[in-house]
Design a protein around this ligand. Structure first.
Ligand code: HEM
Length: 382
């Protein structure tokens, strides 16, 4: 349950060559200010549907879609259609709903047998219910889309054929969903995107509508669920921190930010970029044609930005971590994720003041081989 040692010396070099799970090579940018500025740099393209670009997985074309232009100006326009649904004001309006969902889940936990797997009982259902509500996806579909999404995000977990089947099934499921929403004229986010698509062919193609629906559904819960699970596990492992929060609930937002910064167990492989020009960087040159990973994890541990970065300090001020990225692709759902994480943490610690891990933190089984690496089970008791 410690921050990986490998992150300590990483920033001595601004760029480090790494081998991806596919066996392909890529360049990892390590320093905070470089990571931040390159997130906003047009010389790094998110379009990795190129024959000479590295692949994250040998068995899964993760983030590769030749029918999508993921770079400005096209991307920025489409993204603008979505971001307005996730403004801080709209997200705040959802906070009481998230509290109600959390309370209902805690009621169910209380009524059932113990110990309970926090992932299944709480960390996953909470963001899934919120995103289903926002997007207008029937909540009863969640079991079926969860297994498809799990396959969709496999890096080494599933064989190629299984990944391909999950990707196909998910695409078909979303197509059916969009068809049914076209008929029922609701007020949710997918219906809004369908209206934009149907009113003006130039603003959103059918493929883009499909792609963004898929992206929002997946990004809308997988990351948040993993962070609720791993962040809570880390907190419960550190009872001293739980006690501090329970004495002063105003610490919840800074605790959530610090757990996001440290991402101790829930980090992801990250999204690849491709250098379309040479990029000089602190005496090094990222050559045109290189595949590049901007390391949020390394940036978040940069001693020149964060005081005592390896110390999990839930009172940390000015915590401008990179966990939601920055710049051109800054996480659309950052405000939503923050709100859900705050609600999830506070609701759990208030309901069950003595909540604790039923398995020692060091023995929690890791979820490996997927895009997000959290824990498979987090048994808790109270
Ligand atoms: C703890 C939770 C979350 C984390 C750590 C996270 C992290 C990130 C990061 C690092 C990026 C940037 C990727 C890049 O630059 O290549 C991103 C993009 C994105 N996130 Fe999140 N995210 C979270 C929750 C959410 C939620 C709740 C949504 C809601 C719908 C969401 C939707 C998106 C979308 C659509 C993008 C793509 C934006 C673009 O390409 O312009 N994320 N996220």
């Amino acid at each position: 349950m410690e921050i990986p040692e490998a992150l300590r010396g990483l920033r001595e070099d601004p760029v480090v060559e790494v081998t991806l799970p596919s066996g392909d090579r890529a360049l990892l940018v390590t320093r905070y200010h470089d990571v931040r500025s390159l997130f906003a740099d047009h010389r790094l393209s998110r379009n990795i549907a190129r024959p000479d670009a590295a692949r994250i997985s040998a068995d899964n074309e993760l983030f590769v879609d030749p029918n999508i232009d993921p770079d400005p100006p096209k991307h920025t326009k489409v993204r603008g259609l979505v971001t307005r649904a996730f403004t801080a004001r709209r997200v705040e309006a959802l906070r009481p709903i998230a509290w109600r969902i959390a309370s209902d889940l805690l009621d169910d936990m209380e009524a059932g047998p113990r110990p309970v797997d926090l992932n299944e009982a709480y960390a996953f259902p909470l963001p899934i219910k919120v995103i289903c509500l926002l997007l207008g996806v029937p909540a009863e579909d969640r079991d079926s889309f969860r297994s498809m999404v799990d396959g969709f995000l496999s890096v080494t977990k599933l064989p190629k054929e299984e990944v391909a089947r999950c990707r196909r099934d998910l695409w078909t499921y979303l197509g059916d969903l969009i068809d049914s929403k076209r008929r029922d004229h609701s007020e949710d986010l997918i219906s809004g995107l369908i209206r934009v698509r149907d009113e003006d062919d130039n603003r959103l193609t059918e493929h883009e509508l499909h792609y963004w629906t898929q992206g929002l559904l997946i990004a809308g819960y997988v990351t948040t669920a993993s962070q609720i699970g791993t962040g809570t596990a880390v907190l419960l492992h550190r009872r001293d921190l739980v006690a501090q929060i329970q004495q002063d609930w105003s610490l919840v937002p800074s605790a959530v930010e610090e757990l996001l910064r440290c991402q101790i167990m829930g980090s992801s492989v990250g999204t690849l970029r491709y250098a379309v020009e040479d990029i000089p960087l602190d005496g090094y040159t990222i050559r045109k044609g290189s595949s590049v990973l901007l390391s949020e994890e390394s940036a978040n541990m940069d001693e020149s930005v964060f005081e005592d970065p390896f110390n999990l300090d839930i009172r940390r001020k000015e915590n401008h971590h990179m966990t939601f990225g920055a710049g051109l692709h800054y996480c659309v759902g950052a405000a939503l994720a923050r709100m859900e994480l705050q609600v999830a943490t506070e609701a759990l610690l208030r309901r069950f003041p003595n909540v604790h891990l039923a398995t020692p933190g060091e023995q929690l089984p890791r979820a490996l081989g997927g895009f997000m690496e959290g824990f498979t089970d987090i048994p808790v008791d109270w």
